[in-house]
Every structure is written in C-alpha cells, then in structure tokens.
Design a binder for this molecule. Structure first.
Ligand code: CTP
Ligand code: MG
Length: 247
C-alpha cells in the first residue's frame, strides 16, 4: 500500500528559546523543517508528505511553497495544514488531510531533522511485513528510576524518593518516525478523543494511543542521528553532525 508521512512542525520551540517556531530555526544553511522534509524525500518512502505548521505563520508558508516544488518534482503530493495547541492536535489535524488510497502513515517530528534514510526504511519494511504499529528506538544508556514526591526527615524539605528501578535492558528511548496502518491510527485517535484531560496529558507519543487499543507495537532500531532538538545543546550537537565527522 502507499504511505504518507506527517511531519509535525507546529510547536513554538519554548525550550530552544529562539523566539521563533522551532521548524524555522536554522540548522546549517537551512531551517529545520527543510532538513526534515528533504530527509523524507531522500528515503523515498512517501507518496504524500503532510506538514502541520503553526497557524498563519507566513514565513513557514513560504518555506512550504518551496518544499512543495521539491516534493512535486519527486512525484510526492505535498500538503500543509494548521497545527493545534498540543502535538496530538497537530497530528489529528494532519490525519484529516491524508489522500485517498493511502494505507499507512508515519508520524515524524520536524524537530528530528537529521533522521537517516535507514530509520524510515526500517519502519516502512516493518509496515510492509504486516506491523500495524512500529516505532524506532534506542537502548537506554542511563539508569532510570521511578520517583514520587517526598520530604527530608529533619527539615521537611520537598524532594523526591525512589520507588523503583525498571530493568534497563528492557527499556528503550523512543523516536520518530512512528509508523501505523492508517485505519489503526485513526481508530486510536478516535478513542483518544474520549479520554479525560488528565489522561490525555500523559499521552507523549502516538504509539501510546495504539497500545491503549491493545494492538501490538513493534520496535525497530533507531539512530543517534535522529536526536530530537529540544534544547540549545541539542542544536549544537546537530550542527556538529551536519558538519560531517560524526555522520
Ligand atoms: N508539535 C506540533 N504541535 C504542537 C506541539 C509540538 O506540531 N502543538 C511538534 C513540534 O513542532 C516538534 C514535535 O511536535 O516537531 C515535538 O515537539 P517538541 O520537541 O516539544 O517541540 P515544541 O513543542 O516546539 O518545543 P517546546 O516544547 O520546547 O515548546
Ligand atoms: Mg513541546
């Protein structure tokens, strides 16, 4: 079947602190969104690319016009939609614009502009092999603790205490693009609309919604180059990766 890639680029980039939407922040010579879209085109996995941008961002509209030309030249349908206040709302808005005939979809962060073709290809291969949901991930290098609020005995100072240490060998740090059978992801989002706000706030990736349906979510190897640019140090690292020696 044919695949659409949704690129969510409607965030404001608060933590990067550039004062402009993150998708527009330059990485090397080009805005992050340009790298992200070209990465999808290079991987040759998409019949359609659908980008969610902040509503009425004239500069991103201009950037998308140029990217639309590049996509068209590669025979890829290119759509732009207004994103929402939450990432999940941006994904949901994009899902309404998936073209007829598309059967699978990958949801990808514009904030992961250096994702290698290999990652897109591994996700696409798992979808072809019958996975209804597949996510790229890496082994976790830090030991992860579960904590709850606590107070120090002598002073009552507010801190946290450990309640558990999940086995690190079973933990994975999850990335995008996350791939889904389109019908399954649509069903997962329809179910998500019924969740209360508190539960909805704990949804941090698309796969969680599919897990909630009881569907099997498969994992393929991610990449260190798929890092999400969140803070200024991430941007420094991405610039270094772009320069070459780490590539
Ligand atoms: N995103 C989106 N719509 C939102 C929020 C986020 O499309 N309402 C996208 C971002 O553009 C980004 C991806 O989701 O590509 C991951 O989000 P994150 O790294 O948190 O980006 P921002 O929300 O822009 O950053 P911050 O949370 O620091 O403001
Ligand atoms: Mg955010």
């Amino acid at each position: 079947g044919s695949c659409a890639v949704v690129i969510v680029a409607a965030g404001s980039g608060q933590r990067l602190g550039y004062g402009v939407p993150k998708a527009r922040v330059p990485l090397g010579a080009d805005p992050m969104l340009v790298h992200a879209v070209r990465g999808v085109l290079k991987a040759k996995v998409a019949a359609q690319i659908c980008v969610a941008i902040p509503a009425q961002d004239a500069q991103l509209v201009d950037i998308c016009q140029q990217l639309s030309n590049e996509a068209q030249a590669a025979g890829v349908l290119f759509s732009v939609v207004d994103g929402g206040a939450q990432r999940s709302e941006s994904v949901y808005a994009a899902l309404a614009h998936i073209a007829t005939g598309i059967t699978t979809v990958m949801i990808h962060d514009a904030a992961r502009p250096l994702t290698p073709s290999g990652v897109f290809n591994r996700v696409a291969a798992a979808l072809r092999d019958g996975a209804k949901a597949v996510i790229p991930a890496l082994a976790v290098v830090d030991t992860i603790k579960t904590v709850i609020p606590a107070t120090l005995p002598a002073t009552g100072a507010g801190v946290e205490q450990v309640v558990g240490t999940p086995a690190r060998s079973q933990l994975r740090a999850v990335q995008t693009p996350q791939g889904f059978e389109l019908e399954t992801l649509r069903r997962a989002y329809a179910h998500a609309l019924t969740l209360d706000d508190q539960t909805a706030a704990q949804i941090t990736d698309d796969a969680m919604l599919v897990e909630a349906l009881g569907e099997q979510v498969f994992v393929v190897q991610g990449s260190t180059h798929s890092l999400k640019i969140t803070s200024p140090t991430d941007l420094l690292l991405a610039e270094a990766m772009l320069e070459g020696p780490l590539r």
